[in-house]
Write a protein that binds this ligand. Structure first.
Ligand code: CAA
Length: 316
């Protein structure tokens, strides 16, 4: 596999002149973060989702996150207001797509949904428009195959929380045009991010390495080697990770972790990627982490305290 780390971002250069309008599909955690960084950089953003209430919630989240940046002094009030004014929301994919130069799709992580979305986007977007996906593990080549423009389809994998994390993993599908890759590398740099290129194999780079680590942490708990807090403390204090692997799994969503592990397991056919039975059971039970209020930890709205979930609170 050929991976190329690219040079640090060029800051303060504003939007790439070849891209005027960016359409972001899906307004969940990743979609609203992606819309925020593009708008802050000066792009006109169309944020589209099937749900109008979800769009309203997303705009409120973006406004709050921009306020944090203003409070820290890294953005002035005028630039904050201008960034927010550059984001337009709507529920019509056709309206949002018709003048797009770049689409970044951040819809539900489901292969069938993405294939259907890309089939529609291919019909609706102008022919030169680049179609990027924020998928965390679904094959870019597979998604590109749903369109009549596979050379213009690419992976643009942001990390959560998008406004904070520096990396954009750029995944080249089998048919992605090198000129398209160069444009997306430049767009990412202008967002103030560090782009890293990877080829299209299961899990790309980020999740091929991250998910086996998380899965091993779940096995370590499952086998009674140590408790939740102990496992996370070892990795935080011993390896200087900002979050331990079990807290990170809760943050990402246990359903998302399981889905990615299944892509790795199926894609490589090796038992080392088989999801730990405890992870499978937790997902079946609906304990998905932060988003459901319980995973390895129990979460209280408004509290930043890290409390181990009752079922894991006894000593091992
Ligand atoms: N928007 C804007 N700013 C945010 C933010 C958001 N959503 N969330 C946090 N921040 C900012 C805060 O304002 C704060 O800024 P300053 O330090 O300048 O004051 C900074 O980020 C740190 O935030 P907090 O003090 O609230 O909390 P923290 O110090 O515990 O850091 C964290 C939070 C940045 C999330 C940190 O714990 C971290 O880096 N965790 C690991 C995150 C990670 O690994 N992400 C990748 C997940 S994998 C993925 O996304 C891809 C996939 O395919 C699964």
């Amino acid at each position: 596999m050929n991976m190329e780390a690219t040079s640090p971002p060029v800051s303060g250069h504003g939007p790439d002149p070849s891209i005027q309008q960016v359409t972001v599909v899906g307004c969940g955690t990743m979609g609203n973060g992606i819309a925020q960084v593009f708008a802050t950089c000066g792009y006109q953003v169309e944020l589209v989702d099937l749900s109008a209430p979800a769009l309203e919630k997303a705009i409120n989240t973006i406004a709050r996150n921009l306020d944090r940046v203003v409070a820290k002094g890294s953005l002035d009030q005028e630039s904050r207001d201008a960034a927010l004014a550059r984001i337009h929301t709507g529920t019509s994919l056709a309206a949002a797509a018709q003048t797009a130069d770049l689409v970044v799709e951040a819809a539900t992580e489901n292969r069938q949904i993405k294939l259907e979305l890309f089939r529609q986007l291919d019909q609706l977007c102008p022919p030169p428009c680049i179609l990027a996906t924020n998928t965390s593990s679904i094959s870019i080549t597979d998604i590109a195959g749903a369109t009549g423009r596979p050379s213009k389809v690419i992976g643009m994998h942001f990390m959560n929380p998008v406004p904070v994390m520096k990396l954009v993993e750029i995944i080249k599908g089998y048919n992605t045009d090198p000129g398209v890759t160069a444009t997306i590398v430049e767009v990412s740099r202008r967002l103030g991010k560090i782009p890293v290129e990877a080829n299209d194999y299961p899990g790309f780079v980020a999740n091929r390495i991250l998910m086996p680590m998380i899965n091993e942490a779940v096995h370590t708990l499952f086998e009674g080697v140590a408790g939740v807090a102990e496992i996370d403390t070892v990795m935080k204090l011993g390896m200087a990770h900002p979050m331990g692997p079990l807290q990170l799994a809760d943050f990402i969503g246990l359903d998302v972790c399981l889905a990615i592990l299944r892509v790795l397991h199926e894609g490589f056919g090796q038992p080392k990627y088989a999801p730990c039975p405890l992870l499978v059971k937790m997902v079946s039970s609906g304990n998905l982490g932060v988003k459901t209020g319980k995973g390895f930890y129990a979460y209280q709205a408004g509290s930043k305290d890290l409390v181990v979930a009752p079922e894991f609170s006894g000593s091992v």
